[in-house]
Design a protein around this ligand. Structure first.
Ligand SMILES: Cc1ncc(COP(=O)(O)O)c(C=O)c1O
Length: 372
């Protein structure tokens, strides 16, 4: 059904009701603006699950080499990056689709495989973009209640089997914002139960932090499976926007029909290809994350705050009056993520930072909590 954008004062062409039901993605103000507003000298940004160690120094070099070519379009097929990804993941090049960040792939999957007559299954507390792209297509979202803050795969399977118009299932593994992880065995059991017309998307944005997971093996077993990955997290390239999916070549061929021409920039392609070659950087990032995560958990324990065990580079911590605590932290230069949008009113999501960032977070949090 069409309706006019009544909330706007400017007369606009009609937008779909389903589009108007989408909340715009919240990203917050730039840190420079916040420091001007609240008068702090330096800020600590623990809100977007970025790699606090930056990126591999080899990447910076690779980008510099491209600077003389900025007038030229990038390779529209991303041939060399796809070749590097195929080697890295032991797949064929035809199984890879490149995206302008992994959100671009989630968007492509929705546009290609979901129509307004369809239903889409995802979990309560799962990454917010799944419900956004579902609404964007005018489809019905089936949000399955979470189990201990993670995906309840039995209930999700039930939801798929009870409703014959489910076309896509989105699973974040590890999940954002809760950090919970499903095992490959659990995922395999789930995939085995899926009817033929259902595409399962496993979003592995944080998979580099979980070396124990090997869902790549599932690709050889299930033709209607898409693994979505990103260079925004452990690889430290969020500012460049590059992600990819691994799937059966037929799925990739469909996605490539609707992929925007030149959707991954020249700098992003060169950076991602080089980043893959520096797995030492990933190992160091993973080790630092594990050590600092452990330290943060001990500090939360000492402050009497509950948290959910996380397999990614962030922790969800339970704080009464989380919104007010978020604001107080913000005013003192520590930026974390409130989770009211997920219905998690008493929780904050904190990205694991460098030791000095984490210390500042804990000191500031301790003083805020002692005053309340
Ligand atoms: C689970 C998950 N998937 C996908 C994304 C999108 O990341 P990007 O578009 O930067 O690759 C994020 C970012 O926070 C995420 O947490």
């Amino acid at each position: 059904m069409l309706s006019f954008c009544l909330e706007n004062t400017v007369p606009l062409p009609p937008a779909y009701d389903s589009i108007l039901s989408i909340q715009a993605y919240q990203t917050g103000k730039p840190i420079e603006e916040l420091s001007r507003e609240y008068g702090f000298n330096y800020g600590v940004k623990l809100a977007r699950n970025e790699n606090p160690m930056g990126c591999s120094p080899l990447v910076t070099l690779a980008i510099t080499e491209q600077l003389g070519q900025l007038a030229r379009y990038p390779d529209g097929n991303g041939y060399y990056l796809k070749q590097a990804l195929a080697d890295f993941n032991d797949t064929d090049i035809s199984q890879i689709t490149l995206g302008n960040g992994s959100n671009d792939l989630l968007d492509m999957i929705a546009r290609a495989f979901i129509s307004s007559d369809d239903a889409v299954v995802y979990s309560q507390y799962a990454f917010v973009v799944y419900s956004m792209v579902t609404k964007m297509q005018g489809a019905t979202g089936i949000e399955v209640p979470a189990k201990r803050y993670g995906h309840d795969l039995d209930a999700m399977r039930q939801a798929v089997l009870e409703c014959n118009n489910v076309k896509v299932v989105f699973i974040a593994n590890p999940n954002n914002p809760t950090g919970t992880l499903l095992t490959t065995e659990e995922l395999r059991d789930f995939l085995q139960a899926m009817p033929e017309h259902v595409l399962v998307v496993i979003d592995e944005a944080y998979i580099e932090y979980c070396p124990e997971s090997n869902n790549r093996a599932l690709l050889d077993e299930f033709e209607r499976l898409v693994l979505v990955r990103t260079f925004s997290k452990a690889y430290g390239l969020a500012g460049l926007r590059v992600g990819y999916s691994l799937s059966h070549p037929d799925v990739a061929a469909v996605l490539n029909r609707i992929r925007q021409p030149y959707n991954v920039s020249r700098l992003a392609q060169a950076a991602a290809k080089t980043a893959l070659t520096d797995q030492d950087f990933i190992d160091r990032s993973r080790a630092s994350n594990a050590e600092q995560m452990q330290w943060l958990k001990q500090q939360f324990d000492a402050l009497g705050l509950g948290f959910i065990n996380s397999h990614a580079n962030f922790l969800m911590v339970e704080v009464e009056g989380a919104r007010a605590v978020y604001q107080a932290l913000l005013e003192q230069g520590v930026i974390v993520r409130p989770l009211t949008g997920y219905g998690l009113d008493n929780w904050l999501r904190v990205t694991v930072g460098l030791p000095e960032d984490n210390l500042r977070l804990i000191d500031t949090l301790r003083s805020i909590l002692s005053e309340s």
